[in-house]
Design a protein around this ligand. Structure first.
Ligand SMILES: NC(=O)C1=CN([C@@H]2O[C@H](COP(=O)(O)OP(=O)(O)OC[C@H]3O[C@@H](n4cnc5c(N)ncnc54)[C@H](O)[C@@H]3O)[C@@H](O)[C@H]2O)C=CC1
Ligand SMILES: CC(=O)C(=O)O
Ligand SMILES: [Mg+2]
Length: 596
């Protein structure tokens, strides 16, 4: 059966409530946009001011009040203004989801830094004080044995996407305990805005196993469990129970693990990835986005992608993100070199990994097994050149003269003036500097510092947004945002709508390659290696198409809704594109029909 998009009128939504109950339900509420016949039908005539507003008038009214806030408070501290912006958006989210997602999608450049990094970090830091009403579900160590029944407390019959955290490593801000719930909420907002996942079918989840953050435990307002984190088997038992519970109720759900501390991120990924439809965004999503950026940095030099194998890459940070990136980039190199054991050894030689104890080498005691493939064998000549176990970042950069310096350390400012100046000696004609840690205060350097100290010719990408930098002679230093938000929504959407049983490396690679090829040669030459956030919906669609096609090739599709795996396999390229687009939810009001 060939898949064709059928253009239908907006389908009505069936509601089982009336009057103020509808007005107080953010999913159905249209506020002043309920027209008069609908007000009659739902028993709400007289419950709203008489004038009926259009959707566009509502949008304009909201944007006017948002912009007024900016003008009236522009003298205040940045953090306080950011929180006020977040509050006004959050209140709209609480009142009217359709309007909220419409303004979010139409103004994604402006709102992404509020609902996502950096402001979401500030929100998490202050969550216990900011809390007004819950969003998502909270499973805690006190709920052991209850989770299978608890999942039925969630009102939606169908959940497509869960983003879950245990709050142990929120961005670069460390252990924020239950306050980390802001991250799943922000990531799922992007799922709705970028991938068109229906907001009725997303579920942010916090698994509270305690916190080791003493400041939070001492805070009388702290909303999480008042205990230290569970460890070992006790910890795993809680996560296992959660996974069993959600997959029992929603067999087709996708679970995205987010901001788990490194010591659990890899273990849980290995534990679940062959059995459940899940992935770890910090390990796998970040790796794909970084790889696309690394390919962009090669293209920006006017070189073919095959030259990637010659790049000298210094990665600062050997946690879930840094090692995830190193693994994927090494595999890509190894595959270009013939995919043999020898190729893998040769590829590893292109990487220098630096963590808080300095350069990681084979001489290190208690070498972390996840980092060991990147531990360098130091040769005599290199010692003379300043390289040895624990060499500082500056020593490494001076000695290696890398093509690419990529930070996933969570430590603000460690790409110091000296380190950036040392990048001027890079053997690359366009060195790449990627301070990818979040939020902004944890970025390894600012855009301005990078262009000022390392030179106008660099390629720059940061995890959190910075403004483009004005250079001399009217030139512009382009700032790219190297953030996993360019991949995870497409991974989720592509996986969902083909019913892939698991999420394979092939699917992740396909998404990363599509992102890498998205920008034209002309843009890449100007140093623009990632798409602007304003086109996130389009890039997400493209990534989803690539992920879906790879799932078909890897024989993991099981079908979605009334479309069988066989029908999916028979689709042409064009039909797949149409199919993906047709499955992206668009915020528009639908007629409400009341039944009992
Ligand atoms: N841009 C993006 O899309 C993403 C960014 N990130 C960011 O990556 C950062 C790290 O995340 P994880 O790997 O999960 O954290 P982690 O805490 O497990 O790892 C941090 C690593 O940095 C090293 N480190 C700490 N201080 C250092 C120093 N002074 N010099 C050199 N290395 C140092 C540590 O030894 C550790 O290996 C966070 O800030 C997070 O926001 C994470 C995922 C995606
Ligand atoms: C972007 C992201 O996932 C992080 O900073 O953890
Ligand atoms: Mg994360």
């Amino acid at each position: 059966m060939a898949y064709r998009r059928t253009h239908t009128r907006i389908r009505p939504s069936i509601v089982h409530k009336r009057c103020t109950d509808v007005l107080h339900d953010p999913w159905y509420n249209k506020g002043t946009a309920f027209h008069l016949t609908e007000r009659d039908r739902l028993g709400m005539r007289g419950l709203l001011p008489p004038r009926v507003m259009t959707f566009q008038q509502q949008i304009d009214r909201f944007m006017n009040s948002y912009r007024d806030l900016q003008h009236t408070t522009s003298d205040g501290p940045d953090d306080s203004l950011a929180l006020r912006k977040w509050r006004i958006l959050n209140r709209l989210h609480d009142r009217n989801e359709t309007l909220y997602y419409k303004v979010l999608i139409d103004n994604i450049m402006e709102f992404a830094p509020i609902i996502y990094t950096p402001t979401v970090g500030l929100v998490c830091e202050n969550y216990s004080g900011l809390f007004r009403r819950p969003r998502g579900m909270y499973f805690s160590a006190a709920d052991c044995g209850e989770m299978v029944s608890m999942v039925y407390n969630w009102p939606a019959e169908q959940v497509d996407l869960i983003v879950v955290t245990d709050g142990s490593r929120i961005l670069g801000l460390g252990d924020l305990g239950v306050q980390g719930i802001g991250i799943p909420v922000g990531k799922l907002d992007l799922y709705v805005a970028a991938a068109g996942i229906s907001p009725q079918r997303v579920l942010p989840v916090m698994i509270d196993v305690g916190t080791n953050n003493q400041e939070l435990l001492d805070n009388p307002l702290y909303l999480g469990l008042q205990q230290n984190r569970l460890e070992g088997e006790d910890y795993i038992a809680v996560i296992d129970e959660f996974m069993e519970a959600v997959f029992l109720r929603w067999q087709h759900v996708i679970v995205q693990f987010e901001d788990f501390q490194t010591k659990w991120a890899f273990k849980l990924l290995q534990r679940y990835r062959d059995h459940y439809r899940m992935f770890n965004d910090d390990v796998q999503g970040t790796a794909g986005v970084a790889l696309a950026g690394l390919f962009g940095a090669v293209r920006a030099k006017g070189l073919p992608i095959s030259d990637f194998v010659k790049q000298k890459i210094v990665i600062v940070g050997a946690g879930s993100a840094g090692i995830g990136v190193s693994n994927m980039a090494k595999k890509a190199m190894s595959s270009m070199l013939g995919d043999t054991d020898e190729a893998s050894v040769q590829a590893a030689k292109q990487f220098w990994v630096v963590d808080k104890w300095g350069l990681v080498t084979k001489a290190r005691e208690d070498l972390d097994p996840d980092a060991s493939p990147f531990a360098r064998e130091i040769e005599e000549s290199e010692v003379e050149d300043g390289l040895q176990e624990g060499a500082s970042l500056l020593e490494v950069v001076k000695s290696v003269k890398p093509d690419i310096l990529l930070g996933l350390s969570g430590v603000g400012g460690i790409f110091s003036k000296e380190v950036l100046e040392a990048m001027r000696e890079s053997t690359s004609k366009r060195p790449a500097i990627f301070p990818m840690s979040n939020p902004t205060k944890n970025a390894e350097c600012t855009a301005e510092a990078a262009f000022q100290h390392a030179g106008d010719h660099i390629i720059f990408a940061s995890g959190s947004p910075f403004q483009n930098v004005d250079l001399e002679d009217g030139k512009v230093g382009h700032v790219n945002q190297g953030n996993n938000m360019y991949l995870f929504p497409g991974i989720g959407l592509g996986t969902l709508i083909c019913g892939a049983r698991i999420i394979t490396d092939g699917m992740l690679n396909a998404g990363a390659k599509r992102l890498a090829s998205y920008m034209s040669d002309e843009s890449v030459e100007q140093g623009i290696i990632y798409p602007p956030i304003s086109s996130i919906r389009d890039i997400t669609k493209e990534v989803a198409v690539a992920v879906l096609k790879a799932a078909i090739e890897e024989h993991v599709v099981e079908g979605y809704q009334d479309l069988s795996a066989k029908e999916l396999r028979q689709m042409s390229e064009e039909e797949i594109e149409t199919y993906v687009e047709a499955n992206m939810w668009v915020p528009e009001y639908s007629p409400l029909v009341h039944t009992i």
